[in-house]
Design a protein around this ligand. Structure first.
Ligand SMILES: NC(=O)C1=CN([C@@H]2O[C@H](COP(=O)(O)OP(=O)(O)OC[C@H]3O[C@@H](n4cnc5c(N)ncnc54)[C@H](OP(=O)(O)O)[C@@H]3O)[C@@H](O)[C@H]2O)C=CC1
Ligand SMILES: CCCCCCCCCCCCCCCC(=O)[C@@H](N)CO
Length: 297
């Protein structure tokens, strides 16, 4: 009996997996697309920019330190596949002032056209025992990791909705799926991204905008080296269980997920999310109809 049930479940999941390409959105072509990468001057963000450049994208790198931005620009340019491609650098703190972020995104769109894909990778990590982490660091991590993803997203979304296309990627962390010793300040800022991404996805689906979240493990970057300087032993030992990835490898996977956006879990989730999505669509149609009726009056 149990075996039959198990066989049915396996068959059902396989079937879902097989039909997933039919119901997933068309993959985004990066060739000629404008991709904005926050945190693009170092580590994972820089590798994501390189990966997109290898597929023919135009890139805007966003970070604070101008010298690091220029150095990264040179490295990204080495990955060019044609001579029309451009790398633009913008120095701004994504976590401080929405007005500032909005204005630099506007500049980037004037130079390289509307943003097709936004990669929110700017972030930082502090680890330490709860009572030893400076109290103001809790606020700073929320500002950089959470608000620093809200602001750029907010700045690109109106144009994406008008164009009825776009991709938004958030870089969370394995520590954004599970809370761990030493990450009382960092984990919540990465959990927050998941709530943002899932809610945003439900709002954006009728506009053909797709949102993805990446949950990487420890990755060999300048950011990790910095974090390791003060990391508690417990955190080190726990993190070791999931190993250290290379940023190039993480970048390949997250870029592929963002442009294809259909995995097995999304297919299963479709069944319950599908009913919510239809509520959203119905409301949208109703609103448009009543707007049209108001105009006629
Ligand atoms: N490395 C790891 O083990 C893992 C990292 N992650 C996440 O991936 C992302 C990238 O990490 P990683 O590559 O290690 O980090 P790095 O420290 O190597 O790079 C961080 C990048 O973000 C930029 N940045 C930081 N703060 C701001 C800010 N306030 N405004 C604008 N830009 C900013 C930095 O430039 P500048 O300082 O000049 O502004 C830099 O370009 C982070 O969100 C991190 O939490 C997730 C899982 C594992
Ligand atoms: C499906 C659920 C998966 C849960 C896996 C649990 C694995 C435990 C190890 C977690 C390692 C923590 C990595 C944090 C990386 C990070 O974000 C910082 N290095 C940033 O600098």
């Amino acid at each position: 009996m149990l075996l039959v049930v198990a066989a049915f479940i396996v068959a059902f999941v396989l079937l879902l997996y097989m039909i997933s390409p039919l119901i997933s959105p068309k993959p985004l072509k990066l060739n000629g697309a404008h991709v904005v990468v926050t945190g693009g001057s170092s580590g994972i963000g820089k590798c994501i920019a390189m990966e997109c450049y290898k597929q023919g994208a135009f890139i805007t790198l966003v970070a604070r330190d101008e010298a690091k931005l220029l150095q990264a620009k040179k490295e990204v340019e080495k990955c060019a596949i044609n001579d029309k491609q451009v790398v633009l650098c913008i120095s701004v703190d994504v976590s401080k002032d929405y007005g500032q972020v909005e204005s630099v995104i506007k500049q980037a769109q004037e130079k390289l056209g509307p943003v097709d894909m936004l990669v929110n990778c700017a972030g930082m990590s502090i680890s330490g025992k709860f009572e030893e982490v400076e109290v103001d660091r809790f606020k700073r991590l929320m500002e950089v990791n959470y608000l620093g993803s809200v602001y750029p997203t907010r700045a690109v979304i109106t144009t994406m909705k008008e164009r009825r296309m776009g991709r938004i990627m958030f870089v969370s962390s394995q520590a954004g799926q599970i809370g761990l010793f030493g990450y009382t300040a960092y984990s919540p800022s990465k959990f927050a991204l998941r709530g943002l991404a899932e809610s945003l996805q439900m709002e954006m689906k009728p506009y053909n905008i797709y949102v993805t979240v990446a949950y990487p493990p420890d990755t060999d970057t300048p950011g990790l080296a910095e974090e390791n300087k003060t990391k508690p032993l417990e955190t080190k030992l726990i993190s070791e269980t999931s190993g250290v990835c290379q940023p190039e490898q993480v970048a390949k996977i997250v870029v592929r997920d963002a442009i294809v956006t259909m995995g097995l879990f999304r297919t299963i989730a479709l069944f319950y999310l599908g009913s919510f999505d239809s509520i959203v669509r119905r409301c949208m149609i109703q609103r448009e109809q009543s707007k049209a009726a108001d105009k006629r009056e």
